[in-house]
Design a protein around this ligand. Structure first.
Ligand code: GLU
Length: 304
């Protein structure tokens, strides 16, 4: 498949959308990013790769980090994880408190902020050195030791993270947080602040695309079934309250973040990452969504 040619032509086609949407500003550090950037990179499990534009520029992965947290939590807790977090799509915004109150502090799924805050609590309890161990895992799965947190972004989010603090308090009230709220939120924001490029993200997610290869990175092991199940959750819950639309238009499991990144996988074939900071009203990258929709249309490869 001529992936390079395909993504170059897609980039031209999506130019009319270049000024649509707005970058996230509720995290003040993210408001400083130049919104008019775009990068895309694909890796196949057979070693083919294609990349365009800012594929090597690092950006804030934000909620994409929730996939890494889920991998570690599932490897440590196994199915017991689902006693504290559900695995149903929510149809509500990523930072919503709505279901959390009705469902007595059990988050609908691990990719909501509430679910990820519970995972941060689990990781704080279970990992010997949470900050180091999380980063060690991300570096190992991406095969790159220079990947790091951006502590300014994490601090900037902490200073303005009123909604996430409300979520953490509600979780604590319902006994779904063991550690103190301040440490849990601090660690949650830190995980969101990891910076990676499209090339690094698409390489990292090959580990999820290829569930037949042994998943064993920095002492985190998953079975083939666990990897497939993470992919299932990406399919149903990976795009905020737009997971149905993403499934309909793009048709791949994936995860987006408010930094403008999206990573998606085609099981047993490829992993693709795209980045552009301007977001639509639901929090997904406008150019990223368009690029992936065209990508799966033009390659005519579909899991359906
Ligand atoms: N750190 C962000 C928040 O909690 C992550 C949001 C996202 O990327 O969906 O609001």
């Amino acid at each position: 498949m001529e992936y390079q040619q395909i993504i170059e032509s897609i980039y031209q086609t999506i130019q009319p959308y270049a000024k649509e949407g707005q970058q996230a500003t509720y995290i003040p550090e993210l408001a400083k990013v130049d919104p008019d950037q775009f990068g895309m990179c694909i890796h196949t499990i057979y070693g083919e790769t294609a990349a365009i534009e800012k594929a090597d520029t690092r950006f804030s992965i934000q909620s994409i980090s929730k996939v890494f947290s889920l991998a570690i939590c599932l490897s440590i807790k196994g199915d017991e994880l689902w006693t504290r977090i559900g695995k149903e799509p929510s149809g509500t915004a990523f930072n919503s408190l709505l279901h959390l109150e009705l469902e007595k502090g059990k988050p609908r799924n691990p990719f909501l902020n509430s679910g990820a805050i519970v995972m941060a609590d689990i990781l704080l309890s279970e990992l010997a050195n949470p900050e180091e161990d999380f980063l060690r895992f991300v570096r190992a799965v991406a095969g790159n030791d220079t990947i790091d947190y951006n502590r300014e972004v994490a601090a900037s989010e902490r200073e303005n993270g009123y909604l996430n603090a409300a979520i953490a308090n509600l979780l604590k009230y319902h006994n779904n947080i063991d550690n103190d709220i301040e440490s849990v939120l601090k660690f949650y924001f830190l995980m969101c602040s990891v910076e990676m490029s499209c090339r690094e993200l698409s390489l990292a997610f090959l580990a999820f695309a290829n569930h037949r290869r042994k998943f064993d990175y920095a002492d985190i092991q998953l079975t083939s079934s666990q990897v497939k199940r993470i992919n299932a959750i990406m399919q149903t819950c990976g795009f905020y309250d737009e997971a149905g639309e993403f499934s309909y238009l793009v048709g791949l499991p994936g995860k987006s973040g408010v930094g403008g990144g999206i990573v998606a996988i085609y099981p047993l074939l490829y992993s693709v990452a795209v980045w552009s900071p301007r977001l639509n009203a639901k929090g997904n990258s406008v150019m990223g969504l368009k690029a992936l929709e065209l990508f799966t249309s033009e390659t005519k490869e579909s899991i359906f």
